[in-house]
Design a protein around this ligand. Sequence first.
Ligand code: NAI
Length: 701
Amino acid sequence: MGSVKTLVSIERHGDVAVIVIDNPPVNLLTNALRAQLLAAVGDVAADKAARAVVIACAGRTFVAGADIREFDSPPPVVTTGVVNAAIEAAGKPFVAALHGTALGAGFELALACHARIMAPDARVGLPESRIGLIPGAGGTQRAPRLAGAMAALEMVTSGRHVPADEALKLGLVDEIATDLRRAALARAHDMAVRGTLPMSRNRTVPDIPSPEARAAFDAAVAAVARRARGAIAPVAAAEAVGWAIDLPFAEGLERERMASLELRSGPQSRALRSLFHAERVAARMVAGDGQEVRCRPVQGCGVVGGGTMGSGIAIALADAGLEVTLVEASAGAARAAEGRVRQVYERQVKGGRLDADALDERIGRIRFVTNLRALGKMALVIEAVHEDLLLKLDVFRHLSRIVRRDCLLASNTSSLDINLMADVVDAPERVLGLHFFSPAHVMKLLEIVRGGRTAPETLATALALARRIGKVAVIAGVCDGFIGNRIFSRWRQQCDFLLEDGAYPQDVDAALEAYGFAIGPYAVADLAGLDIGWANRKHLAQKRDKRARSVPIADWLCEMGRFGQKTGAGYYRHTNGRREVDPVVTELVERASAGKGIVRRPVAAAEIIERVHAAMVNEAAKILGEGIARHPSDIDVVLANGYGYPAWRGGPMYQADGVGGAEMLRRIEAMGARDGIGWEPAPLLREMVNAGKRFADLNAY
Ligand code: NAI
């Protein structure tokens, strides 16, 4: 037998025992740790000289959650709930000392203690619903008894990390202290002396005194269900908070435990856990990329171009505390850029998401100028001028002359070749793509595009920056559309084929929205504007293979001046913010079918979902075969974070593994036979099927 690693130790400070958890890097609760913790609680309970107890963590954070890698195995005997019960049964005060992030089971452990002290920069939260679960160790029963049902509902359904000042105000913690350990010891001692043992379980939910308050709570639960779009965990979490109102503590606790176990072994949580893991892998340098590369410190950033994207990127950087210098083409354009930034922040203030002081501070971090020379000292410059290669090359040439030799040079291009930009600068190893999505300060996804000469150090720095500004990063190679837009354009085309074959835009949107997509593709097109795609198609008309299947409906709409919402009509008619089916479009769709001699037939939602997936997975397999994406799971990360794919389904590659390789190939072959040139199955798919492999096997991490 190997020696058992010591994860929990007990220190003594006078009459207070301190249980110290030490499981680097983030003190996750594992089966082994919980067993040791339970033993430690037993020891301090039995120790007559210890009149009170502090639970604290070594390292950079309190317990940041349970280790989800153990969630695929049967639940352990010693659950966090068992540890919590031992704390409550010990008969002496326990004080949790929270620093870093006390999340999930970690925060539930703290909630079972008799008091909580929090460091000023610490955060607490119950983010289980993000991985398809609900708290399973009393979080949904204790949090509402301390903070009220409405606040607890918001916490468990959003999974938000709550900062210290708010946690104190809500009553989730008892004190904020800079000298955390000392304050916890003092409070523990004091509670022992006074003989107080406040337990959250003995309280009643404070904010539901009347039928009216209860109705407001029920309405909030119903709103969660409406917004969940098929995700079951947020709804279950909201309902569990309701048990804290309706049931005795022990009964609520037991129901919470059962519900949590059921979700844990269910398909949604499995899918979300797979995606959670995939996001971490996607943002990691892997062997061969130079694991130990140092990334450079980035403080000052330049942004060139302050249009839709540049202003959003500047906001994303400023929100993370970075100093930004934004260069525009003229004084007027600089003012316009500042106006765009200000408008975003003002809207946030109006919506209560930002306080007015913070607005000045944020805008104060962005300098609006008109001369590239202002970027001389920057560590990173992101170019976001119009999508025009000659203009971009010009900007890169200029930058190369102005900036430091070690300044990273990034382009936000959505389709142009990063390598051409690297060609015109000194030290091309510092050139990369940073492909943000619109609106850049909101959308989580960031494609980090690695050019032919991009250095590992450049990538590592970009990955660190992505983490700092809260983006989900995925590394992509150079090709038209990178990972996301390349896949998107294929399944959008497949949707157009569905129109010709018998569906209508509203059928396609309804099928995908029912599947869990945030919004259907035709509604998106109307929102984004049809004119951009039209211009692109005209631009690429020469390059297009004339034999490839193409659908004229979008062009017809544009020729009629129907550019989407901004013109009041596109695939739908838009009146007072509502989208309505338009007979004009119905007629156009039918005309397109007739023009090809296609006899229209009813298309079921299942066929729509199947064909959209066939298009996604086939293009993804091509992208993987070409080495544009590193792992199949990266594709899932891109679709879920940038394209509204329902996260609780895990992503298209995860789904494809569920369908099985042979069946997926059969569907894709049928697509190739029906839709012709460009729709042939990816060679990688056949290889996989022949070798009996799944996409998950290709992840190889
Ligand atoms: P935009 O037209 O809104 O903004 C471009 C800005 O660049 C304008 O404000 C213009 O005054 C400025 N500009 C032009 N020449 C300049 C120069 N020499 N120096 C400084 N500023 C200059 O364009 P948008 O939509 O922001 O796109 C910018 C880039 O981002 C393009 O490469 C586009 O492909 C890419 N992109 C766009 C997305 C979108 O949804 N709009 C999404 C992802 C990438």
